[in-house]
Design a protein around this ligand. Structure first.
Ligand code: 4LC
Length: 592
């Protein structure tokens, strides 16, 4: 076993000498950070990331002013990394010397002493990396000492939204490793306002503290200012390296009041333990909002900037977080909106989400649930077209559809999905709930296709709630693209539709498909049948519902929809004060 003992003494003496020659007593404050050692010798830090599931470990530290980031095998022996570091150090010195054109000194450059010690004892060279690099070990490279921090809390990804608006919450996207956001520190700063007397030559902006919570909502007095966030990742033991980030432009003016502001008056607090505040909302996908067809034909009354996703996201996040919901079912969710915007925002308010992309599309469904009230037990999502062909559950329906090949083909070509999440109550694990979420085919003449889609959905939900989790209640939210006068709505409520219903010929004789359907669920629309949940220039109607299992759930309160005046202030939806062409359904449900 090779130890460093030979050169150790020499080095120790040299280091001690240096310490003694340091001028004056160093008055370290009592709460000195870990990298400030007793006696005043300041150590650099070496961050080591080593997780069992990966074959490599990484070692990061600053050497000769440049950041080193080494990836080594966990099973490699320590001696090889130390040799590598020594070699790096020589190269670094050589560079400096070369620039001084001092060839003689360059030739004299020797490898510095590189060693790793733990509790003042050298770690043997044949110890493997995974074992050698312990938290609290000390790496020494020449006269520089580094305190090893193994797996400290670290922000892997931190991002601020591009577009910041007064009155709208900013929720940074924060990905933390080895830490918890609840145990991390946040400090928001705003640019100090330049007073009229201030010299215009001042380049450096000075910052004043603006808030110290995870979420910061700038006010109207912040319009035109830059903002900065300093965040320090933490866990119950310690903090890791802080990160700082600045917004890319300045705070913009907001729209003032929004169509949802009055609704928030009913949802100021999280609903009590026994209640489940539920939201269903088609948030209008960015992939649809900014097409020429949308700008010119569907929503010509809406200011183009208000159709931009960066603008709408501010409104969507404020609207959703302001409902203090326990379960949120969303439709038309772009993948990046889910991951970069909704997940960070709702996470800061205690909700966790799952996402299901439509087939061959760039948007899909998402379901969020409050962590303190629920945990996710299992997911049972299906693609309608795929389930119809492959799942034995739909055998009878598939057989019937074989008589109507045009309709069968159309159903198979649609990309719609059903998202099914089984949640368990945190307080009483015997209470479970099946949350289904869907967005059915949109075409005004597509009622026959939608009926077929809902038949698949209902068979699948019955399977989950009768066979897999016998007797658990159903909560079925979505954009069903069906008005209260449709066959679909009456099927949901009554449990059956006859084969002679007019909706079976919704797209004319060529697509006639007379089928009778039944389902055993006792469903009712929790928010009733509002005059409309979708209000665009050319159409308005009630297309969205929150269906509840009336055997086991009851409605405690329905949050009133915005008034007709609020909806039509800017002609129709979406608008500068409402982010979607749909209106969110919000209600408080109670276990029976
Ligand atoms: C969209 C629409 C569909 C609900 N609805 C009716 N007509 C519509 C036309 C368009 C919705 C409509 O906004 N989309 C096409 O894909 C998207 C988007 C997805 O939801 C899109 C892509 C590109 C550009 C713009 C949008 C409609 C009118 N009356 C109805 C009655 C019933 C159902 C639907 C409608 C009933 N019952």
């Amino acid at each position: 076993m090779l130890l460093w003992s030979g050169r150790f003494d020499v080095l120790l003496r040299a280091a001690t000498g240096k310490l003694l020659s340091r001028p004056g007593p160093v008055n370290w404050c009592r709460a000195a950070p870990t990298w400030l050692r007793e006696g005043g010798s300041r150590m650099e830090r070496a961050v080591v990331r080593c997780v069992p599931s990966e074959s490599k470990l990484s070692i990061s530290f600053i050497l000769d002013g440049s950041q080193k980031h080494m990836q080594r095998d966990q099973s490699e022996q320590l001696g090889r990394v130390l040799a590598r570091i020594a070699n790096n150090a020589v190269k670094g010195q050589t560079k400096v010397k070369k620039s001084k054109k001092n060839k003689i000194e360059q030739a004299a450059t020797a490898e510095p002493l590189v060693r790793l010690s733990y509790k003042d004892e050298a770690v043997a060279e044949d110890v493997i990396n995974a074992d050698a690099w312990q938290d609290g070990a000390v790496l020494q490279v020449g006269d520089v000492k580094y305190l090893v921090e193994r797996n400290p809390p670290t922000f892997k990804d931190v991002e601020l939204p591009r577009y910041i608006m007064a009155g709208f919450p900013i929720c940074a996207k924060l990905q933390i490793e080895f830490g918890e956001l609840e145990k991390s520190d946040f400090q928001w700063y705003k640019q100090a306002k330049a007073s009229a007397a201030a010299a215009p030559a001042v380049v450096e902006s000075s910052w004043v503290e603006a808030g110290n919570e995870r979420v910061f909502t700038p006010s109207n007095s912040d319009i035109g200012l830059k903002l900065k966030l300093r965040c320090r990742p933490g866990n119950s033991q310690r903090y890791g390296a802080a990160r700082e980030l600045e917004i890319s432009s300045t705070v913009e003016a907001g729209p003032g009041t929004c169509a949802f502001d009055n609704r928030h008056l009913y949802t100021k607090k999280i609903a009590e333990e026994s209640l489940i505040r539920t939201v269903s909302y088609n948030i209008l996908a960015d992939v649809y909002a900014q097409t020429d067809h949308s700008k010119n034909v569907l929503f010509p009354y809406c200011a183009p900037y208000a159709l931009q996703i960066d603008y709408r996201q501010n409104l969507i996040k404020k609207e959703l977080t302001g409902y203090n919901a326990d379960i949120i079912c969303l439709q038309e969710v772009d993948k990046t909106v889910f991951s970069d915007s909704l997940t960070p925002a709702l996470d800061a308010f205690g909700l966790e989400g799952v996402f299901r992309m439509k087939e061959k599309q760039h948007e899909g469904l998402s379901t969020f649930f409050r962590r303190s009230k629920f945990s996710l037990l299992s997911q049972h999502d299906i693609i309608f077209s795929e389930a119809l062909l492959t799942d034995y559950l739909h055998k009878d329906l598939l057989e019937k559809l074989c008589s109507y090949p045009a309709v069968k083909e159309k159903v198979l070509q649609r990309s719609s999905v059903l998202q099914v999440s089984v949640l368990e109550s945190a307080k009483d694990p015997s209470r479970k709930i099946c949350v289904a979420n869907t967005h059915l085919y949109f075409h005004p003449k597509g009622a026959n296709v939608r009926l077929t889609q809902i038949a698949i959905a209902l068979s699948h939900i019955k399977h989950v709630t009768c066979d897999m989790y016998p007797g658990i209640p159903v909560l079925f939210c979505g954009d069903f693209n069906s008005t209260p006068s449709s066959g679909l709505y009456s099927l949901m409520k009554s449990g059956s539709i006859s084969d002679d219903h007019e909706d079976w010929v919704s797209n004319g004789e060529e697509e006639r498909c007379n089928m009778s359907l039944i389902h055993p669920l006792k469903l009712k629309s929790a928010c009733g049948e509002p005059a409309y949940t979708n209000y665009v220039g050319g159409f308005h109607g009630c297309l969205d519902y929150i269906f509840i299992d009336s055997n086991s759930l009851e409605v405690e309160q329905v949050i009133p929809l915005p008034s007709h005046e609020e909806v039509t202030t800017h002609q129709a939806l979406p608008s500068v004060s409402h982010p979607s062409d749909h209106i969110a359904l919000v209600c408080d449900l109670k276990w029976k």
